[in-house]
Design a protein around this ligand. Structure first.
Ligand SMILES: [Zn+2]
Length: 277
C-alpha cells in the first residue's frame, strides 16, 4: 500500500499568488498600461482619409470623446454602435426593459418595451408632440429579443429574398432593436406608417427636427445606405442620450458611423470559417 501524504498547503502557496497578482496589477497601473485603448495614430489616419473623401468630422476633439467612444463597443451602453460590422456582444444580449406608458399622447397598445431611459424620453417627446398638435404617436416596434429578430429575419427572407431582406431587416445580434434603445414610430392619423413617405408628414418632419432634444436621432437617413447598410427609415429612432444627440444634430452629422469615425458598414463581412459558429 502506498503511503498517502495529507494535503497540507504551505503558506507560500496560499499567500504568494494574490500578492504577485496585486504586484503585477500595480506595476501595470503605474506604468500607464491600459488595455483596449484605441490607437490614436490609426484613428487619426482613418479620420484624415475620410475627410479627404468629403466627410466633415464632428467638432469634438478626439480626446473629448475617447471614453464615450470606448463605450460604443458595450451592448449595455446607450452609446453602443450596432451595424453590419459591429454585432452586439454577446450576440444574444438582453437589456433590462420596461413597457412604454400609453397616454393620450402615446399609443402603446401593443405593450412594447424599451430601456427605461429610452422609454422616458419617448414619453416626453410624445407629450410635447401632442401638446403642439402634431398628433398621437404610435409605437410600432421597440425592443426585439435575439430570438424574435431571428424569426423576423427568416420571415423577411421568405417574403423578399435574402438580398432584399438584408437591407430591410437585421440579422439577430445585429439589430439596434435588440439594444432596447431603438423604436419605430408612426402617427396613424397622418398615414405612411413604416413607409418612407412618413418623412414628409407633419409628424415625420417634427421628429427629424426635434427628436434630438429628447436624446433621439433618426438613425437611417436618406442617402446613407452606403454607410449604414439600411435604406431610409424616417420612423426608426435611436436613443443616444441628449448630449450626443445635440452634438450630432448641431454638427449636421447623418450617421453614427461618421459621428464616431467608424468605417462604413453597407454589407455584412464575407462569411469566413472563423465567423461561423
Ligand atoms: Zn426599426
Amino acid at each position: 500500500m502506498s503511503k498517502t501524504t495529507p494535503l497540507v498547503r504551505k503558506p507560500a502557496f496560499v499567500f504568494l499568488p494574490p500578492v504577485v497578482a496585486a504586484g503585477v496589477g500595480f506595476a501595470l497601473i503605474f506604468q500607464g498600461v491600459s488595455f483596449g485603448a484605441p490607437n490614436f495614430e490609426i484613428l487619426e489616419q482613418r479620420r484624415a482619409a475620410r475627410v479627404e473623401q468629403g466627410w466633415t468630422p464632428p467638432t469634438l476633439e478626439l480626446t473629448d470623446y475617447l471614453y464615450p467612444r470606448l463605450a460604443t463597443g458595450f451592448a449595455g451602453s446607450e452609446w453602443v454602435v450596432v451595424n453590419k460590422h459591429r454585432p452586439l456582444s454577446p450576440l444574444d444580449f438582453e437589456p433590462k426593459v420596461r413597457e412604454v406608458a400609453s397616454s393620450e399622447a402615446l399609443d402603446n397598445s401593443r405593450g412594447l418595451e424599451l430601456r427605461n431611459v429610452a422609454a422616458t424620453a419617448l414619453e416626453q417627446m410624445a407629450a410635447e408632440m401632442f401638446s403642439e398638435g402634431v398628433g398621437q404617436l404610435f409605437v410600432n416596434s421597440a425592443y426585439r429579443s435575439y430570438e424574435y429578430q431571428k424569426d423576423l429575419f427568416v420571415s423577411k427572407t421568405e417574403q423578399y429574398g435574402e438580398a432584399e431582406a438584408l437591407v430591410r431587416s437585421a440579422k439577430a445580434g445585429y439589430s439596434e432593436h435588440q439594444t432596447g434603445l431603438a423604436v419605430d414610430v408612426s402617427v396613424p392619423a397622418q398615414g405612411c406608417a413604416i413607409m418612407q413617405c412618413f418623412g414628409d408628414t407633419v409628424a415625420g418632419k417634427w421628429i427629424a427636427d426635434n427628436s434630438w432634444r429628447f436624446g433621439y436621432i433618426v438613425r437611417y437617413e436618406q442617402d446613407t445606405t452606403a454607410v449604414t447598410g439600411y435604406t431610409y427609415e424616417p420612423w426608426h429612432l435611436r436613443y443616444v442620450g441628449i448630449d450626443i444627440a445635440r452634438k450630432y444634430s448641431q454638427d449636421g452629422i447623418h450617421t453614427l458611423e461618421d459621428f464616431w469615425g467608424y468605417p462604413a458598414a453597407e454589407n455584412y463581412p464575407e462569411i469566413t470559417e472563423s465567423t461561423l459558429d
